[in-house]
Ligand binder design. Structure first.
Ligand code: BMA
Length: 311
């Protein structure tokens, strides 16, 4: 990036902040964490943990400052339950956490993976110890989903990414009971050709509510001769009508550069599933999986992101 104004995200100096070596039991890799701030200010990451069969489960890591001294659950926090939920046969992946004041609970939207492909599943929790599963809410192939924190015109709203025969775009759907979903509408299209976000895009962390609109950080997947590159871009949607895209940036704003992002189980991947907001109300802490192998953090100013979209 030539223009220093475009350096919207700063990597944390301790990156990667969590790796498999931090775990209390044997795992292959830890990545793509959901994130939230608990009522007492603790940062909770719900990390995707891949075991040495290749199946993933979720494990909570907690830190006072959101950067170091992570307290990691001694055993898996949320395991796939294929006996009762066959759609989780090959694991649970990529959680996105939304605190829902109306329910006084956290909604964890995750990928349930089985032979039919990845689908979107939902669980509710008050404490990240016990979970109420609602099962699959979007059938395969669909992933990269998160719930909005409050109803829009009386309905719950879910952002998700169903996959079509040639391309994958971002959609919104609505529900009155969190179980049955309809009113499906495409809200952001993957571009075509040589674009960084051609053919396949997906929501990264949950939408960020700002006075200017819902700020979306999304990933684009560029396919080239040596594989794929996962990078991030920005879009803004109307607060009362999140189907309406107000702005979309042309350039990616964050991409793999460091060795831990360029090399791992899957090279050239940065994949955030969560953020927290610092006490100043503007600094976003973005938690991301790096190369499907470790967890890293970068900070950015929401005001700067909104400004960047006005250009
Ligand atoms: C996506 C998801 C992510 C993963 C990324 C790169 O399709 O499956 O979990 O991090 O690919 O492998």
């Amino acid at each position: 990036m030539n223009n220093p104004n475009l350096q919207l995200f700063q990597r944390h100096k301790l990156n990667p902040i969590l790796t498999a070596a931090n775990w209390h039991y044997s795992v292959n890799s830890v990545f793509n964490p959901g994130a939230t701030l608990l009522a007492d200010g603790t940062t909770l990451l719900l990390c995707r943990v891949e075991d040495k069969r290749g199946h993933s489960h979720l494990c909570a890591a907690r830190s006072q400052n959101g950067m170091d001294n992570w307290q990691i659950d001694a055993k898996p926090t949320f395991m796939a339950d294929p006996e009762h939920y066959p759609d989780e046969l090959w694991g649970v992946e990529d959680p996105r956490i939304t605190y829902v004041p109306e329910l006084k609970q956290y909604a964890v939207v995750y990928t349930a993976y089985a032979s039919g492909g990845p689908g979107v599943a939902l669980a509710l929790t008050k404490d990240f110890q016990s979970f109420e599963r609602l099962g699959v809410i979007m059938q395969p192939e669909d992933k990269d989903a998160a719930l909005l924190p409050h109803r829009i015109n009386g309905h719950w709203a879910l952002i998700h990414r169903p996959v079509g025969p040639t391309s994958a775009h971002i959609w919104i759907s609505y529900s009155s009971d969190l179980q049955n979903w309809g009113g499906h509408k495409k809200i952001l299209e993957a571009r075509l050709g040589s674009w960084w976000d051609a053919n396949k895009i997906g929501l990264s962390p949950p939408l960020i509510e700002t006075p200017d609109g819902w700020l979306m950080i999304y990933h684009g997947v560029k396919q080239n001769a040596s594989g794929t590159i996962y990078r991030l871009g920005l879009a803004l949607f109307d607060l009362n009508n999140p189907e309406m895209c107000l702005k979309r940036g042309d350039e990616w704003v964050f991409g793999p550069e460091e060795p831990y992002e360029n090399h791992g189980d899957v090279d050239k991947v940065i994949f955030p599933c969560g953020f927290t907001l610092a006490p100043d109300g503007d600094t976003l802490r973005l938690y991301y999986g790096a190369a499907d192998s470790s967890i890293a953090m970068a900070t950015g100013s929401i005001q700067n992101m909104l400004q960047c979209l006005q250009k």
